[in-house]
Design a protein around this ligand. Structure first.
Ligand code: SF4
Ligand code: SF4
Ligand code: SF4
Length: 326
């Protein structure tokens, strides 16, 4: 378990360095079972940092916002480093961003947070309603929730995110320093959810997606939260040529989702942030996980696990399957 005082002291030390401009982490949330992201620029704010099962957001999404921001004319770029706290799954985003040369490794300081799981706010809301807990912690195989002076113990699967129950990388895959000791891996990911989906007939699959895509309001939260959606200009925002119209009909919505799934093939690191933030509960990860498994099976490639790897679409192996090429 992380020692909060040690973590905050370490953060103070980091943010006080002359070559660091920001530290991104989590602070206590004001609503529900989720923390809020915090960007610390002054050591006095480091005491707000927390790390517990409410720290759901992937802070790696903020790095590219920082690093890709255009420098106003007449100003020099701020070359000081960005420090970021990351769980195992979050760290895969940094690995993949580095693989894609989104920014140089020396621009970031990675504070690794070995992790045993985070809350699924939908599961929590179903159990507790619209409330904000006093404290949430992991105790062995239980999640302990304190609320209104009462304490309730839950099995991990009842309240933790599904991704945590099958977590392959609970320990950060890139870090400058771990903030606590590594945790033991407990799960295995057999892609049972993808198997289940693939049992459906093509007609049923289309019916399923038609229903799901017709709910989409194209708020683009799924894109905005994604650590791998960091193009300076997104293809769906282009007007000349306009690849996707703005209307939210089934055809344009399907085009958006299929396009996004393709753009993330061999790049999605399965943090599940896109699905978490969707206001209409579209199971976006069913598409992304299908692509993830296909990429693994067809090209023996897993994104976000090796900083020395080449991006999938930049590698060619003469043995690559090509029977789909007409
Ligand atoms: S997937 Fe793994 S690293 Fe990510 S929040 Fe869950 S347990 Fe932590
Ligand atoms: S977050 Fe949900 S509603 Fe918004 S664009 Fe993405 S899929 Fe559509
Ligand atoms: S597509 Fe979703 S799961 Fe994949 S990296 Fe983006 S936010 Fe994470």
């Amino acid at each position: 378990m992380v020692d909060l005082k040690e973590l905050q002291d370490k953060a103070k030390e980091v943010i006080s360095r002359d070559d660091v401009r920001r530290l991104i982490g989590w602070q206590r949330g004001t609503y529900g079972f989720e923390s809020a992201p915090i960007v610390v620029t002054d050591a006095s704010d480091a005491d707000k940092l927390i790390f517990d099962p409410t720290c759901v957001q992937n802070p790696a999404s903020f790095i590219t916002l920082e690093e890709k921001r255009p420098v106003p004319r007449g100003q020099e770029p701020d070359t000081r480093k960005v420090a970021v706290m990351v769980k195992g799954c979050d760290s895969r985003a940094i690995v993949q961003q580095l693989v894609e040369k989104a920014y140089p490794r020396e621009n970031v300081i990675v504070m690794g947070m070995p992790c045993r799981g985070v809350i699924d706010r939908r599961k929590a809301a179903a159990l507790f309603g619209d409330v904000t807990p006093d404290e949430v912690k992991l105790d062995g195989d239980k999640v302990v929730v304190s609320l209104n002076s009462e304490t309730k113990e839950l099995a991990r699967g009842d309240i933790l995110a599904d991704k945590c129950m099958r977590c392959r990388y609970p320990n950060p895959l890139v870090s400058d320093e771990l903030m606590t000791e590594e945790v033991e891996k407990w799960g295995a990911d057999e892609f049972a959810d993808v198997d289940e989906f693939e049992k459906m007939s093509p007609a049923d699959k289309w019916k399923f997606w038609e229903e799901q895509f017709s709910k989409c309001i194209r708020c683009y939260s799924c894109r905005n939260v994604c650590p791998m959606c960091y193009c300076v200009e997104c293809v769906v925002a282009k007007l000349k040529p306009q690849w996707t119209r703005r209307s939210t009909d089934i055809s344009e919505n399907a085009a958006y989702h299929v396009q996004r799934a393709w753009h993330l093939s061999g790049r999605c690191i399965e943090c599940m942030e896109c699905q978490r933030v969707c206001p209409v509960d579209i199971p976006i990860m069913t598409l992304n996980r299908k692509m993830t498994r296909d990429v693994k099976e067809m090209f023996d490639y897993e994104p976000g696990v090796d900083v020395e790897a080449e991006p999938l679409l930049a590698c060619y192996n003469p043995q690559d399957p090509e029977d789909y090429i007409m």
